[in-house]
Write a protein that binds this ligand. Structure first.
Ligand code: ADP
Ligand code: MG
Length: 589
């Protein structure tokens, strides 16, 4: 059985040639062509803004680059339009990469502001350059043709445009359902977690930025040959805002939302241009006001857009489990039991005047479970974050498997075989459990964006899912593979995080308060998992409040208080230590 989404794609693909033979007025095709052109740009915005969380008001500028490139080259230099498409894409890519390098490290509202800035600059550049025809633009652009076949501006162009739209939609859908796509889906709410899984989030931000720009550029190329002319107004800031508007109304996080939004806004725009002058009695750009009101209403009552409503009614896509016989992923060479694995040497972290971690030293040998304990605020999580590179230490050194981790970012430390969970569970709530766990195996795959779009990544995907399922079964979560992660109970979410960490095939596993907030039964399940990992000789650093659990599973304990090392030793030694009793367990014990 095909999913409704695949069926939708097939239905549209069939509808394209069918529509052209129906006796529909030409005007319809002009409308549908414009909607197709808008859809391409909006598809890019779905990737960039809806999924990637990077808001851009400047996409119209990339449409402009594609359109002007082909207009100038075909009209003035008589270059073939099939060549100018690629020249336009190359130019767009170059511009996008420069802009990305400058703006994508900006946080908060600075990125949208920057996109407005370049949207405006490109508009005035196009409008003031003599060679680009200033504000009049360039006319006399020819329609697209192959040999004797002219695509024209009507039915032929419709088939070409919508074939490209559907191919692009399918490519984006495939991309989002892949190793690279899961990384892209973690950009918006899970960047810190993704980095801890070894994902280079900046690189993926640049990737979606580039893809969105390229889609806009293709739209511009088509636009120039459809409109037969280019002028700056079609690529100005107002259009940039409209693209974002269409995408938000349609459903900014959904591929089909782009098409729905583009269609709806275009049709609404046309209706209003006829209707409003009749109602008000004068003509003018009053439709802008109506759009503003519509946008406010949509943001208030349907913040996820129209398609989101439809999506919720469709059956959830059930992934077909076809990876049972996939080849196992490669495993890293593990240190021999008893070998020195982690050597923490006098690490220190100051937050302003507060010494959160005060020259702490301890060691972990391969196969050991070491507990890091201490009252709230003792500095355990901070120690954890220093070791895993989430925070940079003020001074000190961590040596892992013989290598000094001098200020490496967390993704590089993950690559060397450290995997962690977080005190506050970090996951992508709208991905399935299986997909969340597969994020942990990111570094064990290689397939990128292009192989995902063209479905050449299937074999590797099967291997990744097989591993994710294996790790989930290993910790007793095999029954929850296809559930949405956000719907899991707290205990299951914590287990899922452990499975995700295990998926990276770690040499050292770091668990930050895995039992916090768990019910009694969930705690027992967790202890069973830890015991099993102990039998498998997994090396673990465990931060935990639950004394019974720590005493039960740990080989060695490190006790912290106010950032300082209080004592360390076997659980029995630590339990007898009067200092620990006074400071941590309370004297009444
Ligand atoms: P624990 O995990 O042992 O409960 P933490 O490592 O979270 O303790 O915190 C240790 C101390 O450092 C606390 O006093 C906490 O308030 C402080 N602290 C932790 N993170 C930060 C931060 N990002 N900025 C300032 N102070 C911090
Ligand atoms: Mg903590």
């Amino acid at each position: 059985m095909k999913s409704p989404r695949t069926l939708g794609l097939l239905a549209l693909a069939l509808a394209i040639p069918l529509l052209t033979v129906l006796p529909l007025p030409d005007f319809w095709f002009t409308q549908l062509n414009t909607i197709g052109l808008y859809s391409l740009t909006c598809l890019g915005l779905v990737l960039l803004t809806g999924v990637g969380g990077l808001t851009s008001f400047g996409q119209a500028a990339f449409v402009g680059i594609g359109a002007y490139t082909t207009a100038v080259l075909t009209v003035q230099l008589n270059v073939s339009p099939w060549l100018t498409l690629f020249i336009g894409l190359a130019l767009t890519a170059a511009c996008a990469l420069v802009l990305a390098a400058i703006t994508l490290r900006m946080s908060g509202h600075y990125l949208p502001l920057a996109t407005i800035a370049w949207g405006l600059s490109l508009y005035y550049l196009m409008g003031n350059l003599e060679a680009l025809g200033k504000y009049d633009g360039i006319s006399g652009v020819k329609t697209l043709a192959i040999g004797g076949l002219d695509f024209g501006e009507g039915r032929g162009f419709f088939v070409l445009t919508w074939a490209i739209v559907l191919l692009a939609a399918a490519a984006v859908l495939h991309l989002l359902d892949s190793r690279a796509g899961r990384a892209i889906r973690s950009l918006k709410g899970g960047a810190q977690m993704a980095e801890a899984m070894g994902i280079n989030t900046f690189r993926y931000k640049v990737t979606v930025f580039l893809l969105a720009a390229l889609l806009a550029s293709i739209s511009g190329w088509l636009f120039a040959h459809f409109q037969r002319s280019v002028s700056p107004t079609a690529f100005g800031l107002k259009m940039g805002i409209e693209y974002l508007f269409m995408t938000v109304v349609g459903g900014v996080a959904h591929v089909w939302g782009a098409l729905v939004g583009a269609g709806l806004i275009k049709l609404l725009d046309d209706q209003l241009q006829v209707l409003l002058p009749r109602l008000i009695g004068t003509s003018g750009s009053y439709e802008i006001i109506v759009f503003g009101i519509v946008l406010v209403l949509v943001l208030k009552y349907l913040p996820d857009g129209l398609w989101d409503m439809v999506e919720k009614k469709l059956p959830r896509r059930q992934r077909r489990n076809d990876w049972g016989d996939a080849a196992p992923l490669p495993e890293r060479a593990k240190p021999a039991a008893g070998e020195l694995l982690l050597d923490v040497q006098a690490i220190r972290k100051e937050f302003g005047g507060l010494v959160a971690v005060n020259d702490i030293s301890f060691q972990i040998r391969a196969g050991q479970i070491v507990g890091l304990i201490g009252p709230n605020g003792a500095g355990k999580s901070t120690t954890f974050n220093l070791i895993t590179g989430v925070l940079q230490m003020t001074r000190g050194q961590v040596v892992f498997a013989g290598e000094a981790l001098d200020r490496l970012p967390s993704r590089e430390i993950a690559r060397r075989g450290m995997a962690r969970t977080f005190q506050h569970v970090k996951m992508i709530p709208d991905m399935t459990v299986l997909e969340n766990v597969a994020l942990g195996a990111h570094l064990r795959g290689q397939r990128g964006v292009l192989s995902a779009m063209t479905r050449l990544n299937r074999e590797e995907e099967r291997r990744l899912f097989r591993e994710a399922q294996r790790q989930l079964e290993r910790i007793g979560m095999g029954a929850h593979l296809h559930e949405q992660a956000g719907n899991l109970a707290m205990g299951q979410q914590r287990l899922m995080e452990i499975a995700r960490a295990l998926c990276s095939d770690p040499a050292l596993l770091l668990l930050d308060e895995p039992a916090a907030g768990l019910r009694h039964k969930e705690k027992q399940d967790l202890v069973a998992v830890l015991r099993q990992l102990q039998r498998e000789r997994m090396s673990i650093l465990l931060v935990e409040h639950d004394m019974d659990m720590v005493m039960e599973v740990c080989d060695h304990l490190v006790v912290m208080e106010f950032g300082t090392l209080l004592t360390q030793g076997t659980p029995a030694q630590v339990q007898q230590d009067p200092k620990v009793r006074a400071a941590y367990l309370g004297t009444e014990h």
